[in-house]
Design a protein around this ligand. Structure first.
Ligand SMILES: [Mn+2]
Length: 332
């Protein structure tokens, strides 16, 4: 299948790459890695995202050229409809881009290829390259190159983007999804000149004073631990406004909650315009937050990292979580 994917790229003249809403390190990393690969093959290629990229990923080469549907819907619509090859990276159903952009994707007559690692892919593409057991889409992209015998296409830019995606989707190489193969790939990336320390610095050492204070407030005033195994942090619109919240400021807070000794699950509740946005994290293979989110919070994801949304008040969202979370915990 990998050779076929490469063949499709080589046959195409105009390629568009899409990823899910709320871009993260893996969607940005895999999209821009593929973007550089297509460019190296001499293709006309554009990356189109539904909404804006968080500030801590803007340094990735090519990020500034990404078209954003929320800002320029007509341009993005035109790209999706006029290209002859359309990629869906790091998501597995067109609704993950939002209803409007998803509808444009479905309406496009381009040949469609999905490369993704989320469970239960929908049938919305011509080639479905789906590996739910692999930790990141960026790792899958490396796998595509390797199995198609095209590692010659790997450059420092491509390798940097792949490293970024693997790093952010594995909690810096610590989730159970990390395998010996993941480390072999990382080693190969370092061998071609990827500077891992710069990637870590660019992503994790970019705080503003407001952001640090918001995080301090969240941890000292809003962290709740239940039964020594479940941790919750919630932030309302007013609280976010007090610290001049900018997109990305609460990134990773849920992992800090999970870092309390003994925690099996952590949840972060974030009041958005007209709903509550929730991030779930867990440890081990028996605490399945993807199922919790699928069943009660209109979302999904992976066993150890999932997202969801709740229509209603913050209080009722937290109450529902406290009621249902134990159904999804390891019973030992
Ligand atoms: Mn991913």
């Amino acid at each position: 299948m990998e050779e076929e994917i490469l063949r499709k790229i080589e046959q195409a003249s105009d390629i568009t790459i899409t990823a899910h809403r709320s871009p993260d390190g893996d969607s940005v990393g895999s999209s821009l890695a593929l973007y550089h690969i297509c460019k190296k093959l001499g293709k006309n290629v554009t990356v189109c995202f539904p909404d804006e990229i968080p500030y801590f990923l803007m340094w990735v080469k090519g990020a500034k050229d990404i078209l954003i549907f929320d800002n320029e819907p007509e341009k993005v619509r035109e790209k999706l409809l006029s290209c002859d090859l359309l990629f869906a990276l790091d998501y597995n159903g067109s609704s993950r881009m939002g209803i409007e952009m998803g509808a444009v994707f479905d309406a496009s007559s381009a040949f469609k290829i999905m490369i993704d690692h989320h469970t239960h892919p929908e049938q919305f593409v011509d080639i479905s390259y789906s590996f739910p057991e692999v930790g990141s889409t960026s790792q899958l992209l490396f796998q595509v190159l390797k199995n198609a015998n095209r590692l010659d296409l790997l450059t420092v830019e491509t390798g940097t983007a792949i490293y970024l995606g693997i790093m952010t989707d594995t909690g810096s190489f610590r989730f159970p999804s990390v395998t010996a193969e993941t480390h072999r790939i990382l080693a190969q990336l370092l061998e071609i000149g990827v500077k891992h320390y710069e990637i870590h610095e660019n992503v994790y050492d970019t705080n503003t004073v407001d952001r640090l204070k918001l995080r301090g407030f969240a941890l000292s005033e809003k962290l709740e631990v239940i039964n020594n195994e479940v941790a919750i942090i919630s932030l309302t619109q007013n609280e976010l406004n007090d610290f001049h919240y900018k997109k990305g400021d609460t990134e990773g807070l849920v992992n800090m909650a999970l870092s309390v000794e003994g925690m099996k699950v952590a949840a972060f509740f974030n009041e958005a315009d007209d709903y509550i946005k929730i991030s779930f994290r867990s440890k081990g293979t028996g605490n399945k937050v993807n199922l919790l989110s699928q069943n009660y919070f209109n979302g999904g994801g992976h066993i150890n990292a999932a997202g969801g949304r709740y229509e209603g008040s913050m209080e009722s969202a937290i109450t529902l979580f406290k009621e249902k979370v134990y159904e999804f915990l390891d019973k030992e």
